[in-house]
Every structure is written in C-alpha cells, then in structure tokens.
Design a protein around this ligand. Structure first.
Ligand code: ATP
Ligand code: MG
Length: 399
C-alpha cells in the first residue's frame, strides 16, 4: 500500500497553555530531526495532531523512526482520499484487505471535524461498514473489541483513512524537561536509567570515568556505543570522558579497602557536580537500584549524596534486575552491556566492601587525600565527545 501521510497522536492531555505549546513545538522539532534524512517528508501540525506527509518516502522506514520519538502516543499510516463517500468506501475496503493477518472483526470510527460535510458521522460509519461486510463475507462487526478499527477523519484540509494504530513510546518529548547529567558506565543499569530519564523529556549529557591503562580503549568504545544507542532516542549526546586513574590510584594507596568504593563514588559525585555546573544540567542520574550491590544501600546512598548539593536522580531505585534487563533488551543496549570489558569499578572491587558506610568515616579517610586538587585535575582533563545517531543506512530496526 502506498500511504500518503502518517498521522501522529500524542498524549499527556493534562498539559495546558504554555506547557502544551512547548510540548508540541518540541515534539515537532524532534520528529523533523529523526526524519531529517528523508528529504521529501513534510511535518504539519493541526489541532492536536501531527501529520508527516510522505511525498513518496517509505512509510515503514519513517514509522520505524517514529517508534523512538518520546511524546508520541500512537501513529497510523494513512491514505488521503477524495471526500466523496464512494471513494471513502472503496479505500477503506482496500486497506482492510491488505491487512496481514486478515482481521475477523472490525468497526468504523468517523470523526467529522469539517461540519460542512453533508453526511453525519454515524451514517458514514454505517455506509462504510455495510460496504466492507458485503465485500468480505467472513468478517463481522464488533463495536467493543474489534481486531481492526477503520479510522476516518473528515477535515477541511483533507479526508484521511487508516486502519492500523501502532503504539508510540509515550513519555514526553526530549527537551521539555531540561538537562540531566547521566553517569554512564558500561553496565546494564545506567543506559536504562538514561533512557528512562529521556522518556520523561530530559536532554542527556553523559559522564564516563575512565581509568586508562587499567581499563582499555575497548571499554571506552563500549561506552561510546551505548551512548550512541541512547542518542537514537533523542539526538546528540555529549559524552564527558573523565580521567580517573590518578584518583583511583590515590584512593587505593591511602584508604582502607572496605571504603574504596564509597570514596570512589564520592569523587565521581563531586566531579559530576562540577561538570553539571558547566553544562547547566539541573540534576545527576545514576543506574543505582536499592540493594542490588553492597554500595547501593540507603546508608551508602546517603554517604555518597553528602558531598553534593545538586539533586541526584535514581530512576531504577525500585526496579528488580529482571525488570531492568527487560528494558535493556527492549532498547537494544543489553548485548553491548554484557560484553566482558573491564570497568573502572570491576578493577578496584574489594572483597568486602562496607555495606553501611558512615559519612564521617569517609571524611576522615579522605583527609589523607588532596581532594580539591584531585577533583580539579580530573575536571581539567575531561574530554568532551559528541555522540550522534547513526546515519539512515546504518540504523537498525527496533522491536
Ligand atoms: P551499571 O550496570 O550501570 O554499571 P552497576 O549495577 O554495575 O551499574 P555500580 O557499579 O555500583 O552499579 O555503579 C552504580 C552507578 O554508578 C552506575 O549505574 C553508574 O551510574 C555509575 N557509575 C559506575 N561506574 C561508572 C563509570 N565508570 N563511569 C560513570 N558512571 C559510573
Ligand atoms: Mg557497573
């Protein structure tokens, strides 16, 4: 079927006034951005709907991109038809006939936004329904739970027919909620945390702590690849690569083993807060989940939080590992995350980390370190890389 238009519906109906304008403008910008390599498409907005006019571009490729645009509740591949009832009947029938598998039940739903149209909606439903029933003897009408809904929209600017509704990712358009600085490791959790924040409309910047030569170039490349997977959901991501070797060496030489992780995390927080000041991010985010490992107890979170005043978000805090893994498979980061390259934390993992660290104990151990100097040098040595989405030919399909 040659579709003409993809009709986009968006949710978050509670949005009002200025918020709603910001939502719609940002969504339109993001839709245009993911479709920028489809030169012929045009994106239009009209009364709470968005239309992607295809002008010959491939509907399925376009829809594959729309599945990654947060803020979209659902979309439908649509054909534009002449508004006379005979044409509408024929086109609706041919759309149903091309569905695979063939639906056993259907319903017609007409929205007559153009009130000058001479036939009332109920009557259009009945006429189109009857036409389909006559042509397809095996199909039945089911108004409650049909397998197919024939959607007719009669508007002043055109008449649209569709019979497939594909769910979008929901959430809010990336960009409406400000910026968050994600601590991105090579593990399973932090990419999922970043994705969840993006889903709520956040623009991400990522920070990675790299301990070359204890950790290899390969492990850094893995983080770039993960950042790129995230970028597919919201455009470019700046990745701040922080040199962490000097700090880890200093901690290991001067602090007791059971506090290594706690103190290391406190350094990560201090540096991330400094970087957030530069990027104007309003919060930090990590992939921590309560109780998952020794350094993720409430006491530990408290001891780590104590060194910063910027809010620290933990979107995974109440999720199980299986739930997190499920999301990571869905967003296609799982296979990358399980690649066995060393991480700065795996290299320094002590046998018995403290599970209930105390802020004052951590502070006492840190007195033997030049905290300010170490933080300053790490911030100064940070390199920013711009991670962009793959080009159209390289992009793989999701779901
Ligand atoms: P992940 O699967 O995200 O690595 P994890 O379960 O391995 O998480 P930890 O190693 O305790 O947990 O790390 C907790 C959080 O600290 C991570 O989710 C991440 O946000 C951050 N973090 C850990 N190591 C790094 C790193 N090298 N660079 C940036 N952030 C990191
Ligand atoms: Mg980890």
């Amino acid at each position: 079927m040659n579709y003409d238009v993809i009709l986009i519906r968006y949710g978050e109906l509670a949005l009002k006034g200025r918020n709603r304008d910001l939502f719609e403008e940002t969504l339109a910008r993001n839709v245009k951005n993911v479709l920028r390599s489809f030169y012929k498409v045009k994106v239009r907005r009209n009364y709470g709907r968005m239309y992607v006019e295809l002008h010959g571009e491939d509907a399925y490729e376009v829809m594959e991109r729309l599945k990654r645009v947060f803020g979209i509740a659902s979309f439908s591949p649509t054909i534009q038809v002449d508004p006379d009832i005979e044409t509408i009947k024929e086109k609706a029938l041919s759309l149903i006939q091309q569905m695979n598998p063939q639906p056993r039940t259907f319903r017609v739903e007409t929205r007559r936004a153009d009130k000058r149209y001479p036939i009332p909606s109920m009557e259009v439903n009945r006429m189109v329904g009857t036409h389909i029933l006559r042509a397809l003897p095996q199909i039945k009408v089911d108004v409650h739970q049909p397998e197919a809904v024939v959607n007719l929209e009669i508007r002043t600017e055109g008449t649209y027919v569709s019979c497939e509704t594909i769910p979008g990712p929901g959430g809010l358009p990336v960009g409406v909620s400000g910026k968050v600085q994600l601590l991105l490791s090579g593990g399973i959790d932090s990419p999922v945390a970043g994705w969840m924040m993006m889903k709520r409309g956040v623009t991400l910047e990522a920070i990675h702590f790299h301990s070359y030569p204890f950790t290899s170039e390969r492990s850094l490349q893995k983080v770039r690849d993960l950042a790129q997977k995230l970028a597919m959901w919201g455009g470019t991501i700046n990745l701040h690569v922080v040199p962490f070797t000097e700090i880890q060496t200093a901690i290991r030489e001067n602090c007791p083993e059971d506090y290594l992780i706690t103190i290391m995390r406190r350094f990560m927080m201090r540096i991330s807060e400094r970087i957030a000041e530069q990027t104007k991010a309003k919060a930090l985010a990590t992939g921590e989940s309560l109780g998952q490992v020794a350094s993720q107890t409430l006491e530990s979170m408290d001891t780590i939080n104590k060194v910063i005043s910027i809010p620290l978000l933990r979107p995974l805090v109440a999720l199980d590992k299986t739930e997190i893994t499920e999301i990571s498979r869905k967003i296609d980061t799982y296979e990358l995350s399980i690649l066995p390259y060393e991480d700065c934390c795996t290299i320094f993992t002590p046998k018995n980390p403290v599970t209930r660290p105390k802020p004052y104990v951590a502070e006492r151990f840190e007195q033997s370190l030049d905290v300010d100097g170490l933080v300053e040098r790490a911030v100064q040595g940070t390199v920013i890389e711009e991670i962009t989405t793959k080009r159209r030919e390289e992009a793989t399909d999701l779901f």
